[in-house]
Design a protein. Sequence first.
Lengths: 141, 141
Amino acid sequence: MTTATSTAGNAWLKKVRWDENGLVPVIAQEAASGDVLMFAWMNRDALARTVELGEAVYWSRSRKKLWHKGEESGHIQKVLEIRLDCDEDVVLLKIEQAGSIACHTGRHSCFFQKFEGDDWKSVDPVLQDPKTIYTKPKKTT
Amino acid sequence: MTTATSTAGNAWLKKVRWDENGLVPVIAQEAASGDVLMFAWMNRDALARTVELGEAVYWSRSRKKLWHKGEESGHIQKVLEIRLDCDEDVVLLKIEQAGSIACHTGRHSCFFQKFEGDDWKSVDPVLQDPKTIYTKPKKTT
């Protein structure tokens, strides 16, 4: 994990109660619709970079590196507002979702499985074939 | 941590990817307003009990026991819908919040600190003095 040496002096970053792995859970909510689109994690660098860029940058726990959301798919998340909870250990982003697709399955939201009866049912449509999402040229702007 | 022996046979519970501590992160969103009210954790028993009761039951990591939200404050969360994300490791509850207060500080939402300038500012009003929230008799219904 990288160390946020350049941001270590920032009081606002220190106010966040990072967990034992130096991470904080992050909820991404579409500002206009109120839809909860995804859930991910940030480390100090990711949160500092998010503020700097005005776009969501997460920490990928599987790839162990910063993940500028949309860097491959173009499905950037423009950050309109950042909130911290009462315990200072959860972050809420209010965002604009490029392409209206946050999920790697090609759906609007990652939360497309609804509990019905006694099982989880996929209830939201696939807006774009996921095979075509990650074959596009990287967003360069 | 308790073991969900009574619910171990339920395929829908097994579909959830519980973390190394047997927990899953849970986002509680007010169904009517779309407001994200809080973030907590559940174990298998908590999720099974939530489905059974139709009210949010979390796992308190600090108290290491099931926490029927509102059991002391009366600020019960009626669960209208339960969703699971694409990786099956995050749960989203759509709820009705009793008393319109989810936060132990007496605010509507736990996410009342907004990043402005270079710091977190409390921007949402306290709706009820927290001192009075936990002195009421326990909800008995």
